[in-house]
Write a new protein. Sequence first.
Length: 98
Amino acid sequence: MARARIFRPAKTAMQSGTRAPKWVLAYEPATRRQPEALMGWTSADDTLNEVRLHFHTKEDAVAFASKNGLEFTVIEPHGTTEKPKSYADNFRYDRIRA
């Protein structure tokens, strides 16, 4: 039986702002990865670990996994905390300089 993870990927370092909510179902690797003797590439015997399915909601991903009989783990995203900033704070005389 295949195992899967359902998670919401983090933004890359090159992105700013908020992302559209998109959930990913990724299969867990069933076999170990091993280097190929001739070329030195890393390979695995199963190809399911290359499959990533994208869903608009977490409920859609869970419904897909349940319908297909997959064991799955849902990884909730970390909450973001926004710090209120003021442009005038850049010119305060008592601010801490790094």
